[in-house]
Ligand binder design. Sequence first.
Ligand SMILES: Cc1cc2nc3c(=O)[nH]c(=O)nc-3n(C[C@H](O)[C@H](O)[C@H](O)COP(=O)(O)OP(=O)(O)OC[C@H]3O[C@@H](n4cnc5c(N)ncnc54)[C@H](O)[C@@H]3O)c2cc1C
Length: 409
Amino acid sequence: MDFGFTETQVGLVGRAAELARRIMTHELRCDEDEGLPAEVLDELRAHTLELRLNAINMPAQWGGQGLGILDQVLVQEQLGQLTNALWDVVWRPANALRACDEAQRERYLLPAIRGERRDCYAVTEEGAGSDFTAIRTTATPEGDGFRLSGRKWFVTVGDAADFLVVLAALGERREPTLFLVDKDLPGVRIERTPRYMHAFVYKHPIFDLDQVRVGPEAVLGAVGAGAELTREWFVEERLMIAARASGAAERALREATEWALHRRQFGRRLVDNQMVQAMLADSAIEIASMRALTYQVAAECDAGLSRKLVHAKAAMVKTLASEAAGRVVDRAVQVFGGRGYMREYPVERLYRDIRVDRIWEGTSEIQRLIIGNEIAKRGLDGLLHASVGAPPAQVAPPAQVAPPAQVAP
Ligand SMILES: Cc1cc2nc3c(=O)[nH]c(=O)nc-3n(C[C@H](O)[C@H](O)[C@H](O)COP(=O)(O)OP(=O)(O)OC[C@H]3O[C@@H](n4cnc5c(N)ncnc54)[C@H](O)[C@@H]3O)c2cc1C
């Protein structure tokens, strides 16, 4: 087992840390204004291109960075330190867009990789959240194309994006199908933009699709391939959520530790109290654990672990990291006392930001169902062992042990 980074990875982490540092200067403004002005976003876009961190998940031959999953995790971990979800200004087009045909690639994906266009992914509806197969958005065949009708909730980056990837049920057979939908098409409308617990750099509007006419060239992948492409998106996103949660947790712990080392009460430093030390220690334990598992599963993905096992392991990683990060940030708020409740302190913002990680891309309960299902179907070995490339070895049954020889009295 090799736990070291390659030289290339050290350089990659350095670039991601530098980008995070540059973006961090805009956190407070983003929190106060619930977003950033266009000129700042343009500046951050230029930094992203300069540091070669645009579209890290897309192949190099199309202009992306062509990173494997582990390398993407390393980048996301650095960006995860940022409050107000400012990691999202560093665009990573939805992996479903890899299914673009040549014409779609020219029109949507290549400009999205360059940062000239932006996608958003519209699956969830008022009545279809954890169970996305219950969607009511329909695609009705008409001529050689389709009419899309429905309403999509929580569409992250829907304010800044200029096209949507929409999951709809096609025809009478309700075949789950993804469509590329330009936001300026007649019938596409932002119905309203609710406010959320976090002050995200972008918004999550509700979209109304009213008889939106699209041609056959709008189908992404193939008719009926929408559920599978969406599941693949979930899996990759779950690992990235875990990576960002590790970054957020580490920042919170570093802030809390620094505070505990300098703040004095009762004539001594906070860190000299064992109850404070215990909070810091518990957080260090949890961060080291979530990071180790995230790296392991990311490396397994790169080594070609079976898709079913990746699905279950990504669920384990997301659950562990999102729940542990929630506890770590909560303790950091506690160490800061009253200041931990003030918005100008990063730990307060992280506290609001981190909560959604237990909800989006599948709630903690849904992750547990996925893990439980894997245990019921294929057992524990794959989940409990690192199985890089090859199927996991069965744990050998206990060897027949010969009865101890009688020791002569
Ligand atoms: C800030 C934000 C951004 C989002 N961005 C996007 C986006 O860009 N695109 C998109 O399509 N969606 C997005 N979502 C939607 C998100 O993925 C859903 O909110 C999530 O999947 C849960 O669905 P739901 O809210 O309908 O909750 P529900 O499915 O109604 O679940 C409610 C509760 O019931 C539990 N529950 C449900 N079924 C079961 C079960 N079988 N067993 C046990 N417990 C169960 C859930 O775990 C949860 O605790 C976003 C959500 C938020 C909050």
